[in-house]
Design a protein. Structure first.
Length: 189
C-alpha cells in the first residue's frame, strides 16, 4: 500500500495567454493540463479538469491582461474558478502564477475613501484556495508597493513575485523586469 502520491507538479492555464503557458511547460518538461474552460451563453465560466489533480502541486497560470473578448476581470474570475476547481478536486497545494497581477496599480490608499484593490484580490485568491507561500523569499516585480498585502504571513509578500521561476528557469537564465519607476504616480488626477 502506497500512501504518498507520485504526482509532483501539474501545470494548468487560463485562456488569456496560452503561448506563455506552453513555453513555461516546455521549460519545465511537463505537459500542460486540460482545463476544459467553457463560456455559457450568459458569459458564466465553467472549468472541468481533463485529469485528476488529487495530491498534486498545482500551478495555475493566468495573466490578468485584457485580450480580445476578455477583460481583466474575466481573466481574474477565470483563474479564481480554476483555483476553486483544483481545491475541490483535492490538490495538495495550489499556486496562482500571475505574470501580470490585475489591480496592482491599486496597491495603496493614495487618498481617503479608496479601496486597496490589490489586497482584495490577494484575499480572493486565498479564499478560493491558493496559498501565498511564506517559505519563498519575496522578490519585487512590482516594487515594494503591495508589501502589506499578505497579512497571513510574518514575511512580506512584495507583489506577484517569481512563484515558479525557481522551478522553470536555470540559475544563469533569470531575467527580472521592472514595470514602474518607484514613486511614479499611477493615476492621472
Amino acid at each position: 500500500m502506497e500512501l504518498v502520491s507520485k504526482k509532483k507538479l501539474q501545470l494548468l492555464a487560463g485562456r488569456t495567454h496560452p503561448e506563455l503557458a506552453v513555453e513555461i511547460a516546455g521549460h519545465l518538461g511537463v505537459e500542460l493540463g486540460e482545463t476544459n474552460l467553457v463560456d455559457f451563453a450568459d458569459t458564466e465560466i465553467r472549468c472541468r479538469f481533463g485529469e485528476s489533480v488529487r495530491g498534486s502541486d498545482v500551478f495555475i497560470i493566468q495573466t490578468h491582461g485584457m485580450v480580445e473578448g476578455r477583460s481583466v476581470n474575466d481573466a481574474i474570475l477565470e483563474q479564481l474558478i480554476m483555483i476553486d476547481a483544483a481545491k475541490r478536486a483535492s490538490a495538495k497545494r495550489i499556486t496562482a502564477v500571475c505574470p501580470y497581477y490585475g489591480y496592482a496599480r491599486q496597491d495603496r490608499k493614495a487618498e481617503g475613501r479608496e479601496p486597496i484593490s490589490a489586497k482584495l484580490l490577494a484575499d480572493l485568491f486565498r479564499a478560493a484556495g491558493a496559498a501565498l507561500d511564506p517559505r519563498r523569499k519575496p522578490m519585487s516585480t512590482y516594487r515594494i508597493g503591495i508589501g502589506g498585502i499578505d497579512d497571513q504571513s510574518d514575511e512580506p509578500a512584495y507583489g506577484a513575485g517569481p512563484l515558479i521561476v525557481d522551478v522553470c528557469v536555470a540559475p544563469d537564465e533569470v531575467a527580472l523586469v521592472e514595470v514602474d519607476e518607484p514613486g511614479e504616480s499611477r493615476l492621472d488626477r
